[in-house]
Design a protein around this ligand. Structure first.
Ligand code: PLP
Ligand code: TYF
Length: 389
């Protein structure tokens, strides 16, 4: 019966949200969950999204069902942004999903249908949702060390070796940009090597693309995606708009699947619709309709782009400020996206919580733009004081 259910390991990041909420100290600093905050410490609705919501409110005639593929124009409008020079490739199909998580769910389930014996080759550490989602799809995990914590960079030798040891049909799970949790991304040369190895070994690349625009910029962040599409006949790309349109709770994402031919791609789509039918049947509409409305109106699209670029600029500025606080933090300026792993032990992470009301993940992962401008000095001093012991 229900009483016999085994205990589960809860999502540590979601548990952290609860811990932050329970702390009543007014000076608390939340660098836990990965949500963009502006200099005031707020996560605002983006201007273009708010305007799109207004236009939808004024013009939407019906909320009747759209069908399993959701908003097709949404997926179409994302193509130039996500796929770049491959946007017109008819061998690539796109399907609206409930967030990047929905896209990952479908991608892993599809991979398991294609090859139940596939191993999913993933670097450690990775986003804590990757392993349980992989196990949920009944696929085996094969780990390698992504991050060399001593040198604060990608352990590329380990990555290349692990991919080279892959069997044809194994899945290579890759972070397109803004590696979560380390912030340590591949260089362009490393991407070239990865694409060559993945193609040579016949691996299926599954590229998790949750932070486009937060790393080197909207176009530069898809560098690896475009290379993999150059090199491979079959590619899975799990995209999320939740960060770069700031529509987190509306759950907006898209899965792109490239197959060897347009026919193979549309056949794969029938399988994806079958898998999603078993889960959510049809994706939620509102967030995707907002993104679609932004992208199909040039004025809104330009304003979205400008606001995204200013978010990107804040990420760079905050990184530089923290990096300048102490030589042991200088690596933070060279990393990408919202996250870095601070050189702190678990004890030190807990000390920051109790003594300074600063909340980061147990691993030392900090969402650097979680800090409001007014708190930046205090954050740096507390971290340096704690590192000094
Ligand atoms: N992949 C990574 C690496 C993430 O950090 C996230 C964050 O939420 C996701 C996927 C899923 O995004 P979404 O919130 O759109 O499901
Ligand atoms: O890593 C993060 O903080 C974000 C947010 O189950 C997140 O990706 C965390 C946990 C989760 C879903 C999203």
């Amino acid at each position: 019966g229900l009483a016999d259910l085994p205990p589960i390991v809860s999502d540590s990041l979601l548990a952290l949200i609860a811990m932050v909420n329970a702390d009543t100290r007014s000076e608390k600093i939340d660098v836990g969950v990965g949500v963009y905050r502006d200099g005031e410490g707020r996560t605002p609705v983006m201007r273009a999204v708010r305007e799109a919501e207004q236009r939808l409110h004024d013009t939407q005639q019906s909320k009747s069902y759209l069908g399993g593929a959701g908003d097709k124009a949404f997926a179409q409008l994302l193509r130039p942004i996500v796929l770049g020079r491959h946007a017109g490739d008819e061998r690539i199909v796109g399907l609206q999903t409930p967030g990047g998580c929905g896209a990952l769910f479908l991608a892993l389930k599809l991979a398991a249908v294609v090859n139940p014996d596939a191993r999913v080759i993933m670097g450690t550490p990775t986003w804590p949702n990757h392993p349980p989602m992989t196990r949920g799809a009944r696929l085996e995990i094969s780990e390698y060390r992504h991050y060399d914590a001593d040198n604060r960079k990608v352990d590329f030798a380990a990555m290349a070796e692990a991919l080279d040891a892959g069997r044809p049909g194994d899945v290579a799970l890759l972070h397109a940009c803004c590696h979560n949790p380390t912030g340590a991304d591949l260089s362009e040369d490393e991407w070239r090597d990865v694409a060559a190895i993945v193609a040579r070994r016949g691996l299926l690349p599954l590229v998790d693309f949750a932070y486009q625009g937060f790393g080197r910029g909207l176009e530069a962040d898809r560098f690896g995606v475009e290379l993999l599409l150059d090199a491979c006949d079959e590619v899975l790309i799990t995209q999320s708009c939740d960060k770069n349109f700031a529509v987190y709770r509306d759950r907006v994402g898209c899965l792109f699947v490239k197959a060897a031919s347009a026919d193979n791609a549309s056949f794969a789509l029938t399988h994806l619709l079958q898998i999603s039918r078993e889960a959510w049947s049809m994706p939620p509409d509102h967030g995707a309709a907002c993104v679609r409305t932004v992208l199909e109106n040039a004025d809104l699209a330009a304003d979205w782009r400008a606001e995204l670029d200013s978010m990107h600029a804040r990420i760079r500025t905050v990184r530089q400020t923290i990096a300048a606080a102490d030589p042991r933090l200088s690596f933070i300026a060279d990393q990408q996206g919202m996250f870095s792993m601070l050189p702190l032990s678990l004890d030190q992470v807990k000390q920051l919580r109790s003594k300074h009301a600063i909340y980061m993940a147990d691993s030392g992962r900090a969402n650097l733009v979680g800090i409001a401008d007014r708190d930046l000095d205090r954050f740096c001093s507390a971290v340096v004081e704690t590192m000094n012991g």
